[in-house]
Design a protein around this ligand. Structure first.
Ligand code: GSH
Length: 198
């Protein structure tokens, strides 16, 4: 059984939602970041960044929420969380999966710190551009890949929910509201919300 290392009220939410979507049993291992448990030698051996979430699957361990999304989507193919290799939709699936940590995360840090970086230098362009591009991608819906929900929606939906609804760092837009309502209506999302509350 896979083990998910997590902490309440943290970015572990993405991976809790993911594991709940698989419908498979998994074990939650509490690493309470308010106690510093994430800096213990045992945990640093799993994630040298000393951050949650992380995952153990037998002899394999990995960290980084988006990587865990990719890993679990492949590990539990019956959950249909990723287009198969060779399916043209897999291209956009990978693009949006990487967009979450590569563009949404730094865009939010930019909003938070008011960091002034030329858009041509910043890997994410600008926060404005990131959310404009996301709005266009979500215009049709219901999901990033159209009718098929995927692990990319878990990575992007978690980030957007954090930015728009939990921390109100980014003003909502009609496409964001529709998408976040659809995410929040998923039973797995709701179970993850209960777990993350601690
Ligand atoms: N890049 C990581 C970020 C994980 C992260 O920022 N985790 C925070 C909680 S939200 C953490 O563990 N902080 C504790 C610390 O740094 O001591 C991911 O996407 O999984």
């Amino acid at each position: 059984m896979m083990q998910l290392y997590w902490s309440p009220r943290s970015r572990s939410f993405t991976t809790l939602w993911l594991m709940e979507e698989t419908g498979q049993p998994y074990e939650r291992v509490l690493i309470d970041i308010s106690t510093g448990a994430q800096k213990s030698p045992d945990y640093l051996a799993i994630n040298p960044m000393g951050k949650v979430p992380a995952l153990r699957d037998g002899a394999a361990t990995l960290a980084e929420a988006a990587a865990i999304c990719a890993y679990v989507a492949e590990r539990v193919p019956d959950a249909k969380l990723a287009p198969a290799v060779g399916d043209p939709d897999r291209a956009k699936y990978l693009q949006w999966l990487f967009f979450a940590p590569s563009c949404i995360e730094p865009a939010l840090i930019q909003v938070y710190t008011k960091l002034d970086v030329p858009p041509s230098t910043a890997a994410w362009g600008s926060a404005q551009q990131v959310f404009d591009v996301l709005e266009a991608a979500l215009a049709k819906g219901p999901w990033l890949l159209g009718d098929a929900f995927s692990a990319a929606d878990i990575a992007i939906g978690s980030g957007l929910n954090y930015a728009v609804r939990l921390f109100k760092m980014v003003p909502s837009r009609p496409a964001f509201d529709r998408y976040l309502d659809a995410c929040a209506a998923r039973p797995a999302f709701q179970r993850a919300e209960t777990i993350i509350a601690g």
